[in-house]
Each structure stands twice: as C-alpha cells, then as structure tokens.
Ligand binder design. Structure first.
Ligand code: OFO
Length: 172
C-alpha cells in the first residue's frame, strides 16, 4: 500500500501535468489564431504528451493500491506577445516541473518507497529532454526572429512533430 504522503504528492503532480497540457493547448490556440500552424502543432503534441504523463502517474498510484484524485486545474494564459515569449514561458514551465519531480524524489526517499523512486527516474530523464526541447527552440527563434523566411521555415519544421507513443491507459 502506498504511503499516504507519497500518494498525495503524486496526485498533486497529476494536477501539474494536466495543467501543463492546458497551458500547451492554450499556447497552441494562440499560435493558431496568429496563423503559425506548425508551432501550434508542436504545442498540441506537447499537450498530448502531458496528458500521457498525467495518466502514467494515475496508473502508478492505482497499481500501488492508492487512488487518483482530481482537483481543479488552474487557468493558463491566453495570449503571448511573440513566439519567443511562448517558448521562453514553456522552458520556464519545464524547469518548474523538473523541480516538482526532484521534490517527489525527495519524498520517495524520505518515506522509503524504493519502487516509486525507480518509477520517478523515468520522469527525471524525461525532464532533461523536455527542458532541452524548449530551450533549443528558444535558441532557434533567437537566431531567426528578424527574418520572416526564417520564421516560416521554423514553423514548417515544428509542424512535422508527431506523437511518438500512444497514451498508455494501463500499467506504469
Ligand atoms: Fe510532463 O513534462 Fe512537460 O510539463
């Protein structure tokens, strides 16, 4: 049976992941309204990945004899001044999520939940990629932001992103 404190913290993280999905959907909508279809595609894929992360936590809590609990999701922003601002905000958000997983890891160690500690390693590794993805795009935008052609090319490139794995509905 999962430790109560651990269960509560993991449930809090489900909310963080679903908020991440909300945030990225909001960013996708903002891009779409400004006709940046490729960047919008990138954000929609990201949002779906976040729902997958939420579900992964849900499945884990369930497998360990706990119960997933759903709280209200905060309202994300609606509009950003530039593509650069959007991806900078995404990068900052991912840094925040990384710190959440470090906190979760500390809790797993504190309560002696070795299984959850091992489970959380997947997320810690994933966060390295999540931060790198966002910061790479920030850097690319900084290089091309003053060239309309450069921005169009970048938009095209981000439009090719596809969901790599289907959302897992069972197991951890
Ligand atoms: Fe779930 O990785 Fe981004 O937030």
């Amino acid at each position: 049976m999962i430790d109560k404190k651990m269960e509560k913290e993991l449930n809090k993280q489900i909310n963080e992941e679903l908020f991440s999905a909300y945030l990225y959907f909001a960013m996708a909508a903002d891009f779409e309204s400004k006709n940046w279809q490729g960047m919008s595609n990138w954000m929609k894929i990201q949002a779906q990945e976040e729902m997958g992360h939420g579900l992964k936590l849900y499945n884990w809590i369930n497998e360990r004899g706990g119960k997933a609990v759903f709280e209200a999701i905060a309202k994300p922003g609606e509009t950003w001044d530039s593509a650069l601002d959007v991806f900078k905000a995404a990068y900052n958000h991912e840094q925040h999520i990384t710190s959440c997983f470090y906190d979760l890891m500390r809790t797993a160690r504190e309560v002696g939940d070795i299984a959850t500690e091992i489970f959380l390693q997947w997320f810690i590794t994933e966060q390295v990629e999540e931060e790198a993805n966002a910061s790479d795009i920030v850097e690319e935008i900084m290089k091309v932001q003053n060239s309309p052609n450069g921005m169009i090319m970048l938009d095209k490139e981000l439009g090719s992103r596809a969901l790599t794995a289907p959302i897992q509905t069972t197991g951890a």
